[in-house]
Design a protein around this ligand. Structure first.
Ligand code: ATP
Length: 394
């Protein structure tokens, strides 16, 4: 087993495209680290540099403390699992799993023992004689995993291994991957563009944008303390609501943010946690509110917080939650990243004079489209960002 270090790694492709810039990540021994970011942000390139499938333009990659920049892929002792599975169609499940061992001339009895062990773990025992085309997507995926596991590599490198599966199977396989990784304790780098997958799987998650690392932290820390607007918008589903507002302190040192007719008091605890806010007295900044920090005021008591009066313009019942969209009179904060993100997720709205916020309400809500709504905002959860740099104000 071994840790993996990326030390100021960069990649420029032959055509001049820069895919990765100054990327430094220490993956600890036995850790499952997820690399996440929107399409084209350089995740796959980074992983392929670790695997030895792509030349490293700048910096160093070390596996188990040894620099591997010049070490061929086959000698790095890492196993890669791809989205496409890359199974041999003419070989049985058994032979697909055994392939790497047979290639290395492992004694037959040992191959047999290992393949059966691995098939057991992956519940592939009954399918060993089948060909891949007679398997379901989930089973194929497990064969691909089996092929990686059987070699007992020092690390697993996984590139969107679940993206060809339907939603239900993805969730099942996700849990299975997490369990296997934990049981085997093999250092793993897992690439995905899906923030839910990243959050549920990762011991730590590295968020990458445009080839540059934005933040690396535990899932909870990414959620609670995003370093910038990009991470705030990317983590969470839907992402954080973001509006421009004016911050003001009164004579007693009480702070509030106002936008249009609305005003929210900023709690003491938030001010204490973010002393940098004092520098923004009388200035405009970006306020972030998570959908889950908003609730139908009629359903909650007077918890710490403020209220926003609006009219529901879209109510989406989702079973466990009801997503309530409502306009507020505030300039939306639409960084380029944010627009791209929304476009990718099909959530683009015409930018009018105001913004539309989304609250994740309880299904007990009695809010209807076109009806007035009083929204209770848990202001303990407010986030603040600098409008120019996008950085979190701490
Ligand atoms: P996705 O999630 O869509 O796979 P990604 O985050 O894995 O995206 P990469 O595949 O690493 O991103 O690509 C990063 C950037 O490098 C992109 O702009 C891509 O177009 C570019 N790129 C990838 N491969 C090459 C190549 N062989 N030559 C030139 N540019 C490339």
């Amino acid at each position: 087993m071994a840790g993996i270090e990326l030390d100021r790694v960069g990649k420029v492709y032959a055509d001049g495209t820069r895919a990765v810039t100054d990327l430094s990540i220490d993956v600890m021994d036995g850790e499952l680290l997820v690399l996440v970011g929107p399409s084209g942000c350089g995740k796959t390139t980074a992983l392929r540099m670790v695997a030895g499938l792509e030349e490293i333009t700048e910096g160093e990659v070390r596996i188990g403390g040894r620099v591997v920049n010049a070490v061929p892929s086959r000698d790095r002792d890492v196993a890669m699992v791809f989205q496409s599975y890359a199974l041999y169609p003419h070989l049985t499940v058994y032979d697909n799993i055994a392939f790497g061992l047979t290639l290395r001339k492992t004694p037959r009895a040992q191959v047999e023992r290992r393949v059966r062990e691995v098939a057991d773990v992956l519940e592939l025992g009954p399918h060993l004689k089948r060909k891949p085309r007679h398997l379901s997507g989930g089973q194929r995926q497990r064969v691909a995993m089996g092929r990686a596991i059987v070699r007992e590599p020092r690390a697993f490198l996984m590139d969107e291994p679940l993206s060809n599966l339907d939603a239900t199977l993805r969730v099942q396989m996700r849990a299975q991957i997490a369990r296997i990784q934990r049981d085997l304790g093999v250092t793993t780098v897992y690439v995905t563009h899906d923030q839910t997958e990243a959050m549920t799987l990762g011991d730590r998650v590295a968020v990458v944008r445009g080839g540059v690392l934005q933040q690396i932290a535990s899932p909870q820390e990414l959620y609670d303390q995003p370093v910038n607007m990009f991470v705030a918008g990317f983590i969470g589903s839907p992402g954080m609501n973001m509006i421009a507002a004016d911050l003001a302190f009164d004579a007693d040192g009480q702070a509030s943010v106002s936008f249009g007719e609305h005003r929210l008091a900023v709690p003491e605890s938030v001010l204490r946690a973010r002393p940098g806010l004092t520098r923004y007295d009388g200035r405009r900044l970006a306020v972030g509110i998570r959908p889950e920090d908003m609730q139908d005021a009629g359903l909650v008591g007077a918890v710490h917080g403020g209220t926003l009066e609006s009219v529901a313009d879209l109510v989406e019942a989702m079973g466990a939650d009801v997503m309530v969209h409502f306009p507020v009179d505030a300039a939306p904060v639409r960084t380029e990243d944010r627009v791209n993100l929304e476009r990718e997720s099909g959530r683009v709205r015409a930018a009018g004079s105001g913004s539309v916020l989304v609250g994740r309400f309880s299904p007990r809500t009695r809010v209807f489209e076109g009806q007035p709504v009083t929204v209770r905002v848990d202001t303990e959860g407010l986030h603040f960002f600098d409008l120019d740099t996008g950085r979190s104000i701490r």
